[in-house]
Write a protein that binds this ligand. Structure first.
Ligand SMILES: [Zn+2]
Length: 166
């Protein structure tokens, strides 16, 4: 149940999440695209090589967008958590992060969208998300993650719906 091992497919989703975020950040850094356009273009690029299917890229892109949405209205701490998840090498090197710009843009673009629907911020087992704390909606058990992860079932009651905080 609480098996820590990841299947190849799960690992692939986490890698894809990081690739999409990294690429979207680079596209945004050029300054000619909106967040939506950058995410779309990043998705097209990662599927172009045939390594990932379009369906998978779109699904994982949804997870990334949700994390950005959640972070958009949250604190610097939340931003740092996401930045560290996606670009740990840049954080370690102290390099100006493209993702920092992505998150700043996301904050502006997605604030109203985030306020619109709590459902956007409901997290389910099997989805990929950035570091943070997931709280089981059923039993209140908390899981703390320090890296990007594919969400497991609740270790306590085995349910699959969570709230997220940072
Ligand atoms: Zn639970």
């Amino acid at each position: 149940m609480t098996d820590e091992k990841q299947t190849p497919e799960e690992h692939e989703d986490v890698s894809l999440y990081q690739k999409l975020a990294d690429r979207a950040a680079e596209i945004l850094r050029d300054g000619r695209k909106t967040l939506d356009e950058a995410l779309k273009k990043a998705g097209e690029e990662v599927t172009a090589g045939g390594e990932y299917t379009r369906e998978r890229a779109e699904k994982v892109s949804t997870y990334l967008r949700r994390d950005l949405t959640g972070v958009g209205k949250k604190s610097q701490q939340a931003r740092d958590a996401v930045i560290n998840a996606v670009e740990p090498h840049r954080v370690a090197a102290g390099v100006q992060s493209g993702l920092a710009k992505l998150l700043t843009t996301a904050a502006d673009v997605l604030n109203e969208l985030a306020g619109k629907s709590e459902q956007v911020l409901e997290f389910k087992t099997g989805e990929v998300t950035s570091p943070g704390t997931l709280t089981c909606k059923d039993c209140g058990k908390e899981m703390h993650f320090k890296s990007t992860v594919k969400i497991p079932p609740c270790p306590s009651c085995h349910k699959t719906l969570f709230r997220k905080s940072y």
